[in-house]
Design a protein around this ligand. Sequence first.
Ligand code: PLP
Length: 412
Amino acid sequence: EKEYEAHMKRIYLDNAATTPVDEEVVKEMVPVFTENYGNPSSIYKEGRDAKKLVEENRAKVADALGAQPNEIFFTGSGTEADNWALKGAARRNKKRGSHIITSAVEHHAILHTAQQLEKEGFDVTYLPVDEYGKVSPEDLKKALRDDTILVSIMMANNEVGTIEPIKEMVEIVKEHNPRTLFHTDAVQAFGNIPVDVKDLGVDLLSVSGHKIYGPKGIGALYIKKGTPVENILQGGAQEKNRRPGTENTASIAGFGKAAEIAKEKLPEHTEHMQKLRDKLIKGVLETVPKSELTGHPEDRLPGNASFIFDYIEGEGILLSLDLAGIAGSSGSACTSGSLDPSHVLLALGLPAGRAHGSLRLTLGRDTTEEDIDYVIEQLGPIVKRLRAMSPLDEAHPIDAAVYEHGDHHHHH
Ligand code: PLP
């Protein structure tokens, strides 16, 4: 079996989890470890060279986002950028109010940070979404209060791929009160759809390196010039006294290159993935009975194909796909050791039992038409086999109430 595994081609369809690092990006990074290894804070040549590298790559990230270089601050991850935006904006503006608005479908980097802020005395409104995962601008308008200091809505959802109407929502917020800050988590959007901070009108925006064929452990926060945001880390004077810690120069070089490529290749990249995504969605819905697309049918990330398969569990589908050489993801958090169904799928209105049958396939730059054909061919028989073994099959109906409430323990 080992030999079989070693020779089998893998089809990687989990690009929303992370992407492989582009060869060109690796080429930019390697010499930073061995040659341009100085500390950007040092005043001698090695330090000045490293500083120059950081600034050149800051300009590349800024350019890809339509920002000024002095509005880009490197962080240790997309998660840190999200934490900084929320905690930094909330704490700094506390005198003006304590109300924050976000959505029910945010990544945990936002949701758990918002929950932390609630413990610190902030009042958080979690906006609902419709069956496709969209936040309603009307709901946002109604939720705005005199003491609302911050709104944070993601640009595109990591599980179901739904793209949110950020520009329209920024307009509503700014009309209500120009001083209410707007942050968007653009970690999934960046590199997949156009992201322009000036066009969107946001005050704060988070991005991450490893979702755009760059390295892991590097992110950035766009802070519009003049935006009042407190630091969340205390230390040295790096990043203009805003984000301490010796700069991750190699990853900054990689992130800059990845951002440059992302900008240059965006139209080609989008078209390629969208075409294959639509073929995959059509193929799966046609070949697998009782399957349903999750997320918005049109306003979705070009690489996201996510589904619900009734009567089976995402975990089982993932294991079978893995054996067939295919890497995918389930919205259900089973694989991470938790039995909770995805908060995103529940927010779409899916009952817990159905939410457990989720599968997310996210395409990348390197996905081919043959990959998609193979996945479609494999998925039908896999689902059929799992359903035949499932106590939840139509032929073995169980108490609907148990199913609805997600009695999940029969497989564990
Ligand atoms: N926000 C969204 C929407 C994401 O998908 C992710 C990645 O999983 C993050 C934030 C966190 O980014 P990072 O992995 O760089 O911490």
